[in-house]
Design a binder for this molecule. Structure first.
Ligand code: SHN
Ligand code: NAI
Length: 241
């Protein structure tokens, strides 16, 4: 399986089955997508569904809970009506989940079977464990075989990635600034690499120190000065560069 990051803004995700698993998947996609959950009963985890996605920049499009019990014969109609980009089969009925999968495929939608490992059917996707420090996202999958391991690795990576979101924002600014100053691409690359590798910048970002920007500027000056010194040494060249 090959990981991709998909933008669900403006898209619909249909979740069939309102149990604990349906709730977990619905909540995840509600960050961006409009989520429709169809189920004869809803787990208590749906109690605060109205607020899902509210804490996200740009906000999710909301969750519609539809109380109904589609059958293998009627589920195709539900899929056609919702026009989803992704269908999640999350009921406790394997036959119904299989029918959901067929209907999704016929409608040209992606399908996530929550009751199967592997996901080797055409158009099937697995939902990875995710570490998020916006705008940085890390997704972990075991190819479907060991979700408990995905979860464990996610927990371990959470500490490791502390500050990565702030580093992404800062280094993007640094990059844009160097571009605006007309610094040549290979010099820019060296400077940006030095910033993302700098222990002092990471430390400042992790402790919320407002000096991270100044520290990054210092790293860049050092790096560009070193490049200039090398250029001068190599060519006896133009010290004004
Ligand atoms: C194939 C996949 C399809 C999909 O759902 O997309 C799938 C399938 C199944 N999961 C099962 C069980 C469990 N799933 C979890 C947890 C998570 N499961 C997630 C994803 C995936 N689960 C996809 C593969 C991902 C990969 O490639 O690694 C995570 C990562 C993402 C998410 O769901 O949000 C989320 C952790 C989120 C986090 O915390 O970060 C736990 C752990 C726990 O609960 O503590 C258990 C119990 C322990 C165990 O069984 O391992 C069962 C058996 C059900 C049964 O026995 O009845 C099946 C079906 C089967 O195996 O046949
Ligand atoms: N992928 C994953 O991460 C995990 C998957 N599972 C698997 O996922 C499935 C669901 O697990 P849970 O949510 O814990 O089960 P659950 O029993 O809590 O939920 C099942 C839901 O399906 C609904 N349902 C029943 N008939 C329906 C119909 N005709 N149409 C629509 N919805 C219907 C029920 O009302 C219930 O809300 C199980 O098959 C389980 O083996 C379990 C744990 C983790």
């Amino acid at each position: 399986m090959i990981p991709l990051f998909h933008d669900f803004a403006g898209e619909t995700v249909l979740v069939v089955g309102g149990g604990s698993v349906g709730a977990r998947k619905a909540r995840r996609f509600a960050r961006e997508a409009r989520v429709v959950v169809v189920s004869p009963a809803f787990d208590a985890r749906f109690d605060d569904a109205e607020s899902w996605g509210d804490d996200v920049e740009g906000e999710g499009a909301g969750v519609d809970l539809v109380r109904a019990a589609p059958t293998p014969d009627s589920v195709g109609e539900w899929v056609r009506r919702a026009e989803p980009v992704l269908v999640v089969a999350a009921t406790d009925d394997g036959e119904l989940n299989a029918a959901v999968e067929r209907a999704a495929r016929e409608a040209g939608a992606l399908v996530n079977r929550t009751d199967q490992s592997g996901g080797r059917e055409a158009g099937s996707v697995v939902v990875p464990a995710t570490v998020r420090d916006d705008p940085v996202t890390v997704a972990i999958s075991t190819g479907g075989g060991s979700p408990a391991l995905s979860k464990h690795l996610r927990e371990r990576l959470e500490d490791e990635l502390a500050g990565a979101g702030a580093m992404a924002t800062l280094s993007a600014e640094v990059r844009a600034d160097l571009k605006a100053r007309g610094i040549a691409p290979e010099r820019r690359r060296t400077a940006v690499r030095a910033v993302v590798r700098s222990d002092t910048v990471w430390k400042a970002l992790r402790t919320g120190d407002s000096k991270a920007g100044q520290e990054a500027a210092r790293v860049i000056r050092n790096e560009l000065d070193e490049l200039d010194a090398e250029d001068v040494g190599n060519s006896g060249g133009d010290p004004s560069r």
